[in-house]
Design a protein around this ligand. Structure first.
Ligand code: ADP
Ligand code: MG
Length: 318
């Protein structure tokens, strides 16, 4: 099988779902139409085998995860997906692997109405780069820079599950829910577009809450305060890891792909109702404060700071 046969057999599954006016796989470029008044939202993420996912992982899940982590960025901007490109480098043409990879990718492309419109196929160690194209009404994207002092900080869903799922993968036990949270993060697309009416700043949590909320704090010229006891933890993570480790993973575990966003106090009630209507759980976890030079401070139930050391967490109680 050569490169072009691979593309035809495994990466042309979206041809039928690209609209007549547009152009998918097969020419020098894809062509996509933006609705009037919309801005293009573009994001790329690379997943390297052995770094971002286990190389011996199920290709069906690897594909779905790769697409979902990119969709999560589109959700975090309040945008909706238009299509995606796949640049894949493969050590060899393994048709069983490609068949499963393609099946997973096609499934989530259909589920999220996001056709595969092009890409690149090369030989090399296994790595998957997806470029997601989306649209958002002009000037309405959710940025990291819009928070004001006093804005409330919220997150969707529960945190830390994916980190616990990784521990399961590494042989520390097995819990289906946690493994699913690792392999199949839920891009919060409905929540993201609904938040265009409420959020002053937003992002998706890929590197851990503390680090990512730090980006909102820095971009907005503020600090953030998190009440650690408010962190939303699943029953599964508590049963698997206990509350102390669960909290650490919720703060710094990474790969959550939940949204973290800020909302002016007077909008919070309406936002909560809207999210409840969409069936998206949201939890208030803290608030934005004036700039003092520490982007994110976590406090425990007694109001004492919970500090983070370089090699993980130290718990300092004064
Ligand atoms: P070019 O040499 O003009 O860059 P290629 O030969 O690399 O074109 O690709 C041929 C067509 O197949 C293009 O439309 C490209 O977007 C598409 N394509 C290549 N690899 C992939 C892939 N992994 N997934 C989807 N489309 C792909
Ligand atoms: Mg090419």
């Amino acid at each position: 099988m050569n490169e072009f046969e691979v593309i035809r057999q495994y990466f042309s599954f979206s041809s039928a779902s690209v609209s007549d006016a547009d152009l998918g796989v097969g020419d020098d470029c894809a062509l996509l139409s933006l609705a009037p008044g919309e801005q293009l939202a573009v994001t790329t993420d690379t997943l390297v085998s052995g770094v971002h996912f286990p190389g011996d992982g199920d290709p069906y899940l690897i594909a779905r995860r790769a697409l979902r982590v990119n969709l999560s960025d589109i959700a975090a901007m309040g945008a909706t997906p238009l299509g995606f490109q796949l640049a894949i480098s493969l050590p060899e043409i393994d048709s069983d692997w490609l068949e499963e990879f393609s099946r997973g990718l096609a499934r989530d492309a259909a589920e999220f109405h996001c056709p595969l419109v092009g890409g690149d196929t090369t030989r090399g160690s296994l790595s998957i780069t997806i470029t997601l194209l989306g649209q958002v009404p002009h000037g309405k994207a959710l940025l990291r820079s819009g928070a004001s002092p006093g804005d409330l900080i919220y997150v969707t869903g529960t945190l830390g599950d994916s980190r616990a799922g990784l521990a399961c993968l590494q042989g520390d036990g097995s819990r289906d829910f946690l493994l699913d949270r690792y392999w199949l993060p839920e891009p919060r697309l409905k929540a993201g577009t609904a938040l265009r009416g409420y959020a002053s700043a937003a992002l998706d949590i890929s590197d851990g809450l503390v680090q990512d909320l730090g980006h909102i704090a820095r971009a907005s010229g503020l600090d953030a305060l998190i009440a650690v006891e408010r962190l939303p933890l699943s029953r599964d993570i508590l049963a698997f890891a206990g509350s102390e480790t669960a909290r650490q993973w919720a703060l710094a575990g990474g790969d959550d792909y939940e949204l973290c966003f800020t909302v002016p106090v007077e909008q919070a009630g309406d936002m909560e109702k809207t999210m409840a209507g969409l069936g998206v759980p949201v939890t208030w976890i803290g608030e934005m404060t004036a700039f003092s030079g520490t982007p994110v401070t976590c406090i425990d139930v007694r109001g004492n700071a919970v500090l983070m050391g370089d090699g993980g967490y130290d718990h300092f109680r004064s």
